[in-house]
Each structure stands twice: as structure tokens, then as C-alpha cells.
Design a protein around this ligand. Structure first.
Ligand SMILES: [Zn+2]
Length: 85
């Protein structure tokens, strides 16, 4: 069952009251490590992070998604999670 790896985030597919999207961490090693560090997880963790930790400019098609023109949010390859509250 996918769950968000961000520290203190408890979003899973089954517990997702805000309908967050799930994103695979980017495959580039440097970016992957940066994402994991931001999420407060050790470097060997390899799971998913939810959309609650990204801002609109992290996506290629955020506004199209908001306008319901596209269903899937496309995360930019250089996006790093930045919201942890
Ligand atoms: Zn999350």
C-alpha cells in the first residue's frame, strides 16, 4: 500500500482526506538523495511522496489539473518536496 515518506505525514491510499496524488521519487541519484533528506528519511528508503509537499510550480501541468483538463499531475524532474507542515 503506497504511503507518503515525508516525516510526520500520514497520507496513504486509504487515508487520504485531501485526495493527494502520489509521486515516485525521481530516479537521478543526486535528486533522490536531496528529496529523501528533505523528507527526513534515510537514503535507502525508496517509496513515494504525496502531492501535499510540492508547490504548483513543481508541476508541468498544475493549472490544467486544477481546471480538470488533465487528471494526472506531472511532476518536473527537478522538483524537490518543500512543504512540511
Ligand atoms: Zn505526504
Amino acid at each position: 500500500m503506497p504511503c507518503c515518506i515525508a516525516k510526520y505525514c500520514h497520507v496513504t491510499f486509504e487515508n487520504n482526506p485531501l485526495n493527494a496524488h502520489f509521486h515516485q521519487l525521481v530516479k537521478k541519484p543526486a535528486m533522490h538523495s536531496q528529496c529523501l533528506a528533505k523528507c527526513g528519511r534515510p537514503p535507502w528508503t525508496d517509496k513515494e511522496v504525496c502531492s501535499l509537499h510540492f508547490v504548483d510550480k513543481d508541476y508541468h501541468n498544475f493549472h490544467q489539473n486544477q481546471a480538470r483538463l488533465v487528471k494526472q499531475l506531472l511532476l518536473k524532474s527537478n522538483a524537490v518536496p518543500s512543504i512540511f507542515s
